[in-house]
Design a protein around this ligand. Structure first.
Ligand code: PMP
Length: 281
């Protein structure tokens, strides 16, 4: 497997980042993940736009243009022969003697890119639906930035793993913020699609954006508002979205079945619609 590190394609085993990298010492960096389907990047322009925004919000200059990012991603996907999976991109504030404040302005950011093969379309979990648990949202107040500081999400996902389920939805003041690595949605009995509005409380999901766009034509009314765990448990359907899960049905929350405990019709249709869009991109 080849990876990209600071301007070069190198073998995976030879890619090394110095211990003084600010990503390692301070989690001072951001990341992005695009899906690959049939060898092609899915909704990649939107991911690169979010990458650019994350960088600008923390004052790191984007070291590459969108065209350069795309060319490098495409080259890496091709050289690793990835048909289905992910491209992971990370940019940190670079390598400097340890000091909280920013290093000298001419410090080059560290740029890392690697691919992972993963079954996205033929994911058996999408057939059965995922069971999830809820946990307290322990994160900082700028969750709109795709920061590599992911300790709260690591603990949330481990709580899910320990419970033998796929995902954890994080909860703040009684309302669901989002999944540990996904956006949370419910469908009410009267055909409303409910998801939290964009703010600094959640990451602006790229898959969320696509699903809301796809919904515009259907029979679901979109309601962007916070929802409580109790409302989710009582909902007709629930699902979560991410670049790596696409649209994933949720069939149980904290052990309570959603609907009849099987993926709902709206969720299945949205997964199909999203898949169609992804294959065209
Ligand atoms: N929220 C969080 C906290 C995430 O980590 C992710 C996955 N990156 C998402 C939402 C979903 O975002 P996207 O659809 O852009 O993958």
């Amino acid at each position: 497997r080849t990876v990209y590190l600071d301007g070069r394609f190198v073998p995976f085993a030879e890619a090394r980042v110095p211990i003084m990298d600010r990503g390692f010492l301070f989690a001072d960096g951001i990341y992005e993940v695009s899906a690959v389907l049939e060898g092609r990047l899915v909704d990649n322009a939107a991911h690169l736009a979010r990458l650019d925004r994350s960088l600008s919000e923390i004052g790191i200059r984007n070291p590459l243009s969108s065209e350069e990012w795309t060319r490098l991603q495409t080259e890496l996907v091709a050289s690793n022969g990835v048909r289905e999976g992910l491209v992971y991109m990370q940019v940190t504030r670079g390598v400097a003697e340890r000091d909280f404040a920013f290093p000298a302005a001419d410090t080059p950011p560290t740029v890392v890119m690697f691919t992972q093969e993963k079954a996205i379309r033929a994911n058996p979990l999408a057939e059965s639906g995922a069971r999830i648990v809820t946990v307290e949202d322990l994160r900082w107040k700028r969750r709109d930035i795709k920061s590599v500081a992911l300790l709260a999400q690591v603990l949330a996902k481990q709580a899910a793993a320990s419970a033998g389920v796929a995902e954890a939805w994080m909860v703040e003041d009684g309302a669901v913020t989002e999944g540990s690595s996904s956006t949370a949605f419910i469908v009410t009995g009267d055909n409303r699609l409910v998801t939290r509005p964009l703010s600094t409380a959640i990451l602006p999901g790229i898959t969320r954006q696509a699903v809301l766009r796809l919904c515009a034509e259907g029979d679901l009314r979109i309601e962007e508002r916070p929802f409580a765990v109790e409302e989710a448990v009582a909902a007709a359907e629930a699902f979560y979205t991410s670049a790596s899960a696409f649209v994933m049905p949720v069939v149980a929350i904290d052990g309570y079945l959603i609907g009849d405990g099987r993926p709902g019709p709206h969720t299945r249709r949205l997964r199909e619609l999203y898949m169609g869009m992804a294959l065209e991109s």
